[in-house]
Design a protein around this ligand. Structure first.
Ligand SMILES: [Fe+2]
Length: 188
């Protein structure tokens, strides 16, 4: 289940409905899918895509996505730091950024055109759709591992456009994980 942090307001949201509604207001679609499938999280990409084919087809129909793949990133990935350096600065895409997390964790920061910067910490079961044009950046969590299904409207068009605002430098790329919080619905 995703956790939202709004650093400027010292607020954390982790209740499913609250998270979904907060993100909807700023145009980010969020869903939490049942991950109890007859497929292991480290299964070959084709098996992962087959296990979630129903959801993938639903998303394709809704968002005009034409292809789906599985991205695997971990501490053993060649060129990991260079890859992460492309995405940990504020940027936007001409395409939606759609990710369903299979394994591992990651931290999206979103900089809405109006309203405070927020982070969304995602883990297995979380689907996030960051619409084209949204200012955002991404970091891995401490485990430096994430596996996710990606959907594309046009894979060729999916590249970062940097804002060069350096707003990202004002926010710590820290992932706490659900266990950090003492009780469900904790607000600090
Ligand atoms: Fe991005």
């Amino acid at each position: 289940m995703a956790i939202i942090t709004i650093p400027d307001e010292k607020r954390t949201l982790e209740d499913r409905q609250t998270v979904t509604e907060y993100l909807a207001v700023i145009g980010i679609e969020y869903e939490n899918w049942d991950t109890s499938r007859p497929v292991r999280s480290d299964a070959p990409a084709e098996e992962i895509l087959a296990a979630y084919s129903e959801e993938i087809e639903r998303l394709k129909a809704r968002g005009g996505y034409v292809t789906a793949d599985v991205i695997d990133v971990n501490s053993q990935s060649p060129g990991l730091d260079a890859m992460l350096a492309k995405f940990n600065r504020e940027h936007w895409h001409d395409e939606d950024e759609v990710r369903f997390i299979i394994k591992g964790r990651g931290l999206f920061h979103i900089h809405p055109k109006t309203g405070p910067v927020l982070s969304i910490e995602v883990e297995a079961g979380d689907l996030i759709r960051v619409p084209r044009g949204t200012w955002h950046w991404f970091n891995l969590c401490e485990s430096r591992e994430i596996r996710a299904i990606r959907l594309f409207q046009d894979p060729a068009g999916w590249a970062p456009n940097y804002t060069e605002s350096e707003v990202d430098k004002n926010y710590q790329p820290v992932c706490f994980g659900a266990s950090y919080f003492p009780a469900p619905n904790a607000v600090s």
